[in-house]
Design a protein around this ligand. Sequence first.
Ligand SMILES: Cc1cc2nc3c(=O)[nH]c(=O)nc-3n(C[C@H](O)[C@H](O)[C@H](O)COP(=O)(O)OP(=O)(O)OC[C@H]3O[C@@H](n4cnc5c(N)ncnc54)[C@H](O)[C@@H]3O)c2cc1C
Length: 400
Amino acid sequence: MLSDSREREIDSIIKVVREFLAREVAPLYRVIEHEGRMPRELFKKMAEQGILTPNISSSYGGPELDLLTATHIMREVGYHDPAMSLPVYIVVNNVWGKMIETYADNHLKEMVLPKVTSGESFLGIASTEPHGGSDVAGIRTRARRENGHYIVNGEKVYISGVQEAKSWGGGFFLLAKTRDERSYRAISAFYLPIDLEGISTGSFETMGRKGISTGSIKMDNVKLPAENLIGEEGSGFIYAMEGFMRARVLIGGAAIGSAFRILDEVMEYVKNRELFGWPLARYEGIQFRIAEIWSELEATWNLVVKAADVVDKYARGQESRSNAYKYSSAAKLLGVDKSFRAIADLTQMLGAVGYTTEFVAESALRGVFSYLSGAEGAPNIMRMIIARELLGKEYRATPT
Ligand SMILES: Cc1cc2nc3c(=O)[nH]c(=O)nc-3n(C[C@H](O)[C@H](O)[C@H](O)COP(=O)(O)OP(=O)(O)OC[C@H]3O[C@@H](n4cnc5c(N)ncnc54)[C@H](O)[C@@H]3O)c2cc1C
């Protein structure tokens, strides 16, 4: 339970965020989701408001909020952009910026973070490779140290924000192997500016989240300065898992926000749609599912909030890593699954109009589904992590 003063503090932040989103995002919703264009000005305004990087410290221009507050913000952002493009901008810039703040040396922090918190440049995560994203320890991108540089070769796919980084400026939290063996200890993290020589990029046409691009990054003998190494060689996998922990909680919050938005809209619709002489809202077939959806979303939201609190405590050394893994994975697993199933059923209640772009429900369905496809870790991977922490590492299904 939150203390009264803590609750009031979060409420007052959320009030400002809600006003901002209603004013700035609502009029641009169709531009973002249907024209597939994120206005640069909006990105910058989100940065100015501190919404883009809520967890980054004030020394680097962020508002220095905790994950719990950021999770409440994400619920609002998901509510105002149920198609989930804006939540992606926040997750990647905020989380990977936070990991750079936590683990990189001062020079790299100074070079990257002020530009991210001000919205001057974009920061994303480049982990997934063509042969499979779930097996992070099995990545093949190789960074070899050579005369004050790393020479990087490899390919990353399904990466959010490649085109935005290219046109606005920016880079990626890159995972690459600095040793040949198959071990999580062979993986290091780097800051990869997208404009280095030897980088070529591509695009994927996706089902949803039209307001942020999904692309590929091919690295052919890219000469990366040694100072772009984040933290220690061989610790990249650990930094990435900590980042994913945070990202998964934030995504759980945004997905719940998206589903609550569709619930609100559909409740209005069924009150006004008359069939067989009465509004749809009077039929038990509709009422009971609405009651179930609200109960499931409310329960799941409480799990997401608990997960945010556990990860905050873990960051302060007051919770175990095992609990942080378990709760953050559960927040994503249920946050996304319950939201998607709720949105699918609510969209059905709209009948044919739900299948058209006149109503926001279809865009929410497509956007939230990205997190069942794999973004921020596939559902079975969440189940594997939770089971590993419950049963013990000796029952792990994978060899490393
Ligand atoms: C819209 C979108 C945006 C993305 N953005 C980024 C990004 O910015 N950066 C980035 O690095 N990646 C990004 N990804 C990629 C994402 O991280 C991967 O989709 C995810 O890690 C899964 O990898 P994969 O798609 O290669 O599926 P695979 O790893 O091939 O897995 C396929 C299926 O098999 C299941 N599976 C895997 N292993 C097991 C097992 N042991 N037991 C049972 N089932 C298993 C998975 O749950 C999944 O359903 C994005 C993906 C999407 C869809």
